[in-house]
Design a protein. Structure first.
Ligand code: TYD
Ligand code: MG
Length: 462
């Protein structure tokens, strides 16, 4: 056998190079080349006969119907994100920052799971004692869960074969080590090898596998990019560690809709489901203060009301400061430019800070109108009326464009107690939301938003 060779593998695109360099010559990512050992696969002789294929191609009509019966985890918000529960034979990657609550959530899943299912919890991070203490704290110590503290992949697979569970949880995939790879735990090759072996093994038996993945400093899932392609669903654990609520978001799901979120609150006895996330996100909303505007965004199939806060102050620097938390920075710059050009507001002389309350990330263009409203409100120091909620996408000419699910959003706003709902005129014309006693305000452009604020100001002063 040849001596192992050193190669440098890019963790972004998986390209291999004989030498290290700061930038990957293939995908141009910086600082992604890691040294690994490469063993060439044994050469097959040309004379070897190709083995007969096990699978034959067939039409849909000839395939067996298998309405996958899902394993309901018993944690409603998690089931929602998964699309109704874990699918047997599927692989789920749960990624998140350290200490955000991944192990806690999965330990609770072990406790809640139906007694008919065997759950194996493999931990490579904590000792038996630590796990037991956590289980007692979460009140799941009595549950029938099999716990294995092991990092060696072969031992894990041996134990898996002996038990043949219905669900296996691997916490975390970065701690697993395969003896067949000469590389340290957590390296891209090691992560790829361990995950693929575990996933193959579990899929063959129809066992659902949940892998815990660490994230890097900049929030990406550590290890090779291929890891995300190997699994059927990727769930991201988000939230501010200094605050108590946590959001689990599906960023890929072959068995359900993506962008679905589950909302939890971290308490003394573990993660608790939040039934009414809109109310939680709006709790503590200041009254009569400028710069705050409520918005209704769609998270998957569920409308969610969040609060956007803006702070606009005269700048003391040559180039004004801009900061956006929970909103795309470039989107904020674009909206500022539109407001400046179309309404003549002098944002270029001001520092602008923008924040979404509750660690929520809003990517939906339907939040544009609320962002603009918060910005104008702070600049002019006029509070947005407390009973008003705004939704709409803003175009470059300052027009407010139609949005999807206008009725659903309006209904959620009404349920939470908003009595005036500003929506794009086109969304209202197509299908007016049927509301009980809220007023729908149709808006066509950003000047309408400014006019609503001006009217509110007049009312306050007069
Ligand atoms: P953990 O699940 O260990 O995080 P991860 O596996 O994602 O690294 O969560 C640890 C944090 O959660 C820790 O800061 C303590 C906190 N916590 C609670 O607040 N309440 C609880 O009941 C538990 C078990 C943990
Ligand atoms: Mg953990």
């Amino acid at each position: 056998m040849k001596a192992p060779k050193k190669v440098f593998v890019c963790s972004e695109c998986d390209s291999q190079f004989p030498r290290w360099s700061g930038q990957c010559p293939s995908c141009r990512a910086w600082n992604t080349l890691n040294e690994e050992t490469y063993r060439a696969p044994a050469k097959q002789s040309m004379a070897s006969v190709r083995p007969e294929s096990k699978e034959k191609a067939q039409t849909f009509g000839n395939m067996e119907d298998s309405e996958a019966s899902r394993i309901v985890t018993g944690i409603g918000e998690l089931d929602r994100v998964l699309g109704g529960g874990l699918v047997p034979g599927s692989a789920v990657l749960l990624a998140g920052e350290p200490g955000i609550g991944k192990s806690t959530l999965l330990m609770q899943l072990c406790g809640k799971a139906d007694d008919n299912y065997t759950v194996l919890y493999v931990s490579g991070e904590e000792s038996k004692n630590q796990l037991k203490l956590r289980a007692q704290r979460l009140g799941v110590a009595e549950a029938d869960v099999l716990v294995l503290t092991e990092t060696d992949l072969d031992s894990v697979i041996n134990e898996y074969d002996r038990i043949s569970p219905d669900v296996v949880i691997v916490d975390s995939v970065q701690t697993m080590v395969s003896a067949s790879v000469d590389s340290f735990a957590g390296s891209p090759t090691q992560v790829r090898e361990c995950s693929s072996q575990l996933i193959l093994r579990a899929k063959a038996d129809g066992c659902a596998i949940v892998l815990v993945g660490h994230v890097t400093k900049d929030g990406n899932i550590a290890g090779p990019k291929t890891l995300e392609h190997m699994v059927d669903a990727v769930l991201n654990f988000e939230g501010d560690r200094s605050q108590s609520h946590r959001i689990v978001r599906a960023i890929k799901n072959r068995y359900g809709s993506t962008n679905e979120i589950g909302v939890f609150e971290m308490t003394d006895c573990g993660l608790e489901e939040v039934d009414n996330p809109s109310a939680m996100l709006l709790a503590g909303r200041p009254k009569g203060v400028s710069g705050s505007c409520a918005v209704c965004v769609m998270e998957g199939t569920r409308p969610l009301i969040a609060e956007i806060q803006a702070l606009v102050t005269p700048t003391a620097y040559a180039s004004p400061k801009r900061m956006a938390d929970g909103i795309d920075f470039n989107r904020m710059c674009l909206l500022l430019a539109v407001l400046e050009k179309r309404l003549g507001f002098k944002f270029s002389q001001c520092d602008v800070y923008l924040n979404v309350i509750g660690g929520l990330r809003i990517d939906e263009p339907a939040a544009d109108a609320a962002i603009a409203m918060a910005l104008i409100s702070s600049l002019k120091d006029i509070p947005v009326p407390a009973e008003l909620i705004v939704a709409g996408e803003i175009g470059l000419s300052g027009e407010v464009r139609a949005i999807s699910s206008a009725e659903q959003r309006a209904k959620e706003a009404e349920r939470i107690g908003f009595s005036r709902i500003a929506l794009p005129k086109r969304s209202v014309q197509k299908k007016a939301p049927r509301l009980q006693d809220s007023q729908v305000v149709p808006v066509t452009g950003i000047y309408d938003l400014a006019a609503i604020l001006a009217a509110a100001n007049k009312e306050n002063n007069g």
